[in-house]
Design a protein around this ligand. Structure first.
Ligand SMILES: Nc1ncnc2c1ncn2[C@@H]1O[C@H](COP(=O)(O)OP(=O)(O)OP(=O)(O)O)[C@@H](O)[C@H]1O
Length: 287
């Protein structure tokens, strides 16, 4: 594996295997300048009512157009962290800024995709993709611009010609494409995706991973993708952030600078895969 293309750092700035905390935030460790962030979270802690903290001491920055995969074992708090970062749940303590302003509720400049497409069965593909664009807190857009956005988003996910179909007539993969188009139609600066492909078969999942990278590059969106699939993280991410422990913390991260499509880089992917798997197993064993 080449250090020039794949590099792992711990959130405290130490190289893997090294020790000691620098006291700097994650973003600072990565040479980030103020204003370089789409999203910046500092010292986040979250506890469900009456429960021990789900996670604590989480600092994380996402740069514009960066694809960050949040990886970790089941129950370590990935989905909860995504919901907090998206403004769906308030942190117990800590601060989040989104596009330079404090985040207190979900922003109309972000969008979410979940494991279930959750399409409205009485609306067509176009109706589902356009649904939500006219909500009260959305920036007002003219009817023609609305139609154009819907059309562009549908074309971007490869569903041109399916605008008038209903969800009942779609495969699982097509439904998830519609969910992705619905998110893209909002022209999000940051797309939050919580295991969006985990219910799909392997081939459809691989197609969707490629599509996601293509469309967010076209759309200039940053992405926070939650997954427990190491391969998915390696194929998609610019940066992989490993979460683990109880309460959950960020335990390590890797910068992945391989060009897309990544399947052409099997040897480097295989080596990184083994390194991440070892880190996950270490983390589980409490190393
Ligand atoms: N609404 C809730 N109320 C109380 N506890 C919750 C709630 N949602 C999740 N939890 C708990 O918080 C912890 C973290 O859950 P979360 O779903 O964030 O983890 P995860 O890493 O995304 O897991 P998975 O990969 O299995 O989806 C788990 O112990 C879970 O049981």
């Amino acid at each position: 594996m080449s250090e020039a293309t794949l590099s792992g750092t711990r959130p405290d700035g130490a190289q893997p295997g090294g020790g000691g905390r620098s006291g700097k935030s994650l973003g600072e460790n990565l040479g980030e300048q103020p204003g370089d962030c789409a999203l910046r979270a500092e010292a986040l802690r979250f506890a469900y009512p009456g429960r021990a903290p789900t996670f604590e001491d989480i600092s994380l920055s996402i740069r514009p157009r960066e694809i960050v995969c949040l990886l970790g074992g089941s129950g370590c708090g990935k989905s909860t962290l995504l919901r907090v970062l998206a403004g769906l749940q308030a942190p117990s303590s800590g601060a989040i800024s989104f596009l330079g302003a404090p985040l207190r509720e979900p922003s109309p400049r972000s969008a979410l995709v979940f494991q279930q497409a959750s399409l409205l069965p009485w609306l067509t593909v176009a109706g589902n993709v356009g649904f939500g664009l006219d909500f009260a807190r959305q920036p007002a857009i003219a009817r023609a611009a609305h139609a154009e956005r819907v059309q562009q988003a549908i074309a971007a996910v490869g569903l041109a010609g399916s605008e008038r179909r209903y969800p009942a007539a779609l495969s699982g993969g097509m439904a998830q494409r519609v969910a992705l188009a619905r998110a893209l139609a909002r022209q999000p600066e940051l797309l939050f995706a919580d295991e969006p492909f985990s219910a799909l078969d392997a081939i459809t999942r691989a197609e969707m991973q490629t599509l996601l990278v293509e469309v967010v590059h076209q759309w200039h969106s940053a992405v926070l993708l939650v997954t427990h699939d190491i391969d998915e993280a390696i194929l998609v991410a610019d940066r992989i952030v490993l979460m683990g422990g109880q309460p959950g913390r960020i335990v390590r991260e890797w910068q992945v600078d391989l060009p897309h499509p990544r399947l052409a880089h099997a040897a480097a992917i295989g080596a990184l895969r083994l390194e991440i798997l070892a880190a996950l197993l270490d983390e589980r064993a409490g190393a």
